[in-house]
Design a protein around this ligand. Structure first.
Ligand SMILES: [Zn+2]
Length: 281
């Protein structure tokens, strides 16, 4: 895998955040075109950043191409950047990401029984370690889709056993958040988080960060959530800008300039979240 001085695994970023009592923002790449502005957003604030991507987007772009682009820009900007595969359920997709040069992966066995989740996660941990990459797993279900479905919170004792048996670097848990929620805000359980935080010693991961009230983010970090994922809000900002920018464009306007305006809307969202999780303001 080579030199991770700038292009890093999640481990040093999360360690540094934990020591500084901060979080690290993890932002979803929705298209290759937005990668430069995502890294620029963090570089201007001089903070490390995790870029992550769904399996389907990674396949659309190409694992190796995406890793090359992220590494190249990280080296130019001289900030620590990790490239993480989000929510992979298949070991072959994890291997494709590692072969392509990703520095971090997530195995999502949250739909499986505890025993099966541990089994598949252990295999993914071995693959990640062999490649020098970091690994996140999930225990408890963070819902997805247009309807917000309540799921049980992650059980603290199961979390303790899971972390002990798998040796993962970070754990995604269910405390009431929901993927794709952007029209309203969710009711998270700080009690559930606190119990899990007491049971396990590794960084916890917030999924569905778009649906969390911004004033609650600091408390989540205090309770061990050092990786905070934001995906939907970035997409919403880009598409909202695009509706306006493209809606009023002439047919021969520069596509590049039109897209730059949409990219800047996304950059604003990223910088706002970075300031909040890094407690810059
Ligand atoms: Zn997620």
């Amino acid at each position: 895998m080579g030199d991770f001085a700038v292009y890093e695994t999640m481990i040093p970023l999360l360690d540094e955040a934990r020591r500084g009592k901060n979080g690290v923002g993890a932002f979803n790449i929705h298209a290759l075109e937005v990668v430069p502005v995502m890294i620029q957003a963090a570089a201007e604030l001089k903070t490390p950043v995790i870029l992550q991507v769904s399996v389907s987007t990674a396949k659309y772009i190409g694992f190796g191409l995406l890793a090359s682009v992220v590494r190249e820009i990280a080296e130019q900007k001289e900030i620590k950047v990790a490239l993480h595969l989000d929510h992979s359920r298949e070991l072959e997709d994890i291997q494709a990401a590692l072969d392509g040069g990703f520095s971090s992966v997530m195995i999502d066995g949250s739909q499986l029984s505890l025993e099966e989740n541990i089994r598949v996660t252990c295999r993914a941990v071995d693959m990640a370690r062999a490649a020098g990459a970091s690994i996140e797993a999930e225990l408890g279900i963070v819902g997805r889709g247009k309807v917000v479905t309540p799921y049980p919170y992650t059980d603290p004792e199961e979390a303790r056993i899971f972390v002990e048996k798998t040796g993962v670097d970070a754990l995604a848990i269910a405390i009431g958040t929901h993927h794709g929620q952007y029209k309203d805000k969710t009711a998270i359980s700080l009690d559930a988080l606190e119990r899990i935080h007491r049971a396990v010693d590794i960084p916890l991961v917030l999924h569905g960060g778009t649906g969390v009230r911004e004033e609650e983010l600091g408390r989540l970090i205090d309770l061990g959530m050092y990786k905070l994922n934001f995906g939907t809000e970035l997409n919403v900002a880009w598409v909202r800008a695009a509706q306006e920018v493209f809606g009023s464009a002439e047919l021969d306007d520069s596509l590049r300039d039109l897209m730059i305006r949409c990219n800047l809307a996304m950059k604003g969202v990223i910088q706002n979240k970075i300031r909040l999780v890094s407690r810059l303001s």
